[in-house]
Design a protein around this ligand. Structure first.
Ligand SMILES: [Zn+2]
Length: 64
């Protein structure tokens, strides 16, 4: 049997640069790293093509 000691946990690391994370910017070490991660997210989101339907055309409330 193999038992893993509970006290051997790895300390958390900033997923961007691997530095010690700051509680303020958890789980990142700084606002900059948080920004980098956010940017990756946004880029991924914007990369998804969205099918837009124009419903601006149908707003004629009898104004003529
Ligand atoms: Zn970092």
């Amino acid at each position: 049997m193999t038992e893993i000691p509970l006290g051997r946990r790895r300390p958390p690391r900033c997923p961007i640069c691997g530095a010690t994370p700051e509680p303020r910017f958890h789980p990142f070490c700084s606002a900059r790293c948080a920004d980098v991660d956010l940017n990756r997210w946004l880029t991924g989101v914007y990369a998804i093509p969205a099918s837009e339907s124009e419903d601006d055309d149908q707003e004629n409330e009898g104004r003529e």
